[in-house]
Design a protein around this ligand. Structure first.
Ligand code: GAR
Length: 214
């Protein structure tokens, strides 16, 4: 499956996907990486991996529609079949989301539907939750919403700061995103009635729900 990865920054999840795709048996390949921010660190990771990459700077567009139009054109031009948003911090229009319905994944650093949006770790600590985590989901028009493919639970420690918690969760993100992509690319995780249903799983397939994956 041909994958386009959307980023806005550092790109550590992009790197996890690049590493997974490097395995000849992995059922997906990254054909393009697009950043809405010039200078995003992830662009250098794409460059180092020899993956075509480009910046589509949202600031150069008049409105969200025209930015999303350019994004859509670039993705289609690259032959993308599935989008993986990986730290892509830009709200997409309903029209774009509908065009890519069930063909766009996102990762979010909380156990959705809790703590959508920004400042997730600060708000999780403030709320006093004992367990946080991360979620890979299909994208819907509402931000950080949509059928859940994979989640990993991560403990919150009493002395955590937003950055120590973020770092612990990031380790789990790097595990579940490739796992979720694999299941989707193989057609083993499909959206049925706004939930993800698994089928055809093999002995070795880890179905990542509510546990910290190994
Ligand atoms: C990740 O923690 C990702 O879950 C989060 O941004 C970070 C990007 O890091 N995404 C969101 O908050 C989306 N709502 P990365 O650039 O190193 O992958």
């Amino acid at each position: 499956m041909k994958v386009g990865v959307l980023i806005s920054g550092r790109g550590s999840n992009l790197q996890a996907l690049i590493d997974a795709c490097a395995d000849a048996d992995f059922p997906a390949e990254i054909v393009t990486v697009i950043s809405n921010k010039p200078g995003a660190g992830g662009l250098e990771l794409a460059e180092a991996a020899g993956i075509p990459h480009q910046v589509i700077n949202h600031k150069k567009f008049e409105d969200r529609e025209s930015f999303d139009g350019a994004l859509d054109e670039a993705l289609r031009g690259a032959g993308v079949e599935l989008i993986c948003s990986a730290g892509f911090m830009r709200i997409l229009t309903d029209g774009f989301v509908e065009k890519w319905r069930n063909k766009q994944l996102n990762i979010h650093p909380s156990l959705l539907p809790s703590f959508k949006g920004l400042h997730v770790h600060e708000r999780s600590i403030e709320a006093g939750v004992r367990i946080s985590g991360c979620t890979v989901h299909f994208v819907r028009a509402e931000m950080d919403d949509g059928p859940i493919v994979a989640q990993a639970a991560v403990p919150v420690h009493g002395d955590d700061t937003a950055s120590t918690l973020a770092a612990r969760i990031l380790v789990a993100e790097h595990k579940i995103y490739p796992l979720a992509l694999k299941l989707v690319a193989e057609g083993k995780a499909r959206v049925v009635g706004e939930k993800v249903i698994f089928s055809g799983l093999d002995e070795g397939d880890d179905v990542p729900i509510l546990s910290h994956p190994r």
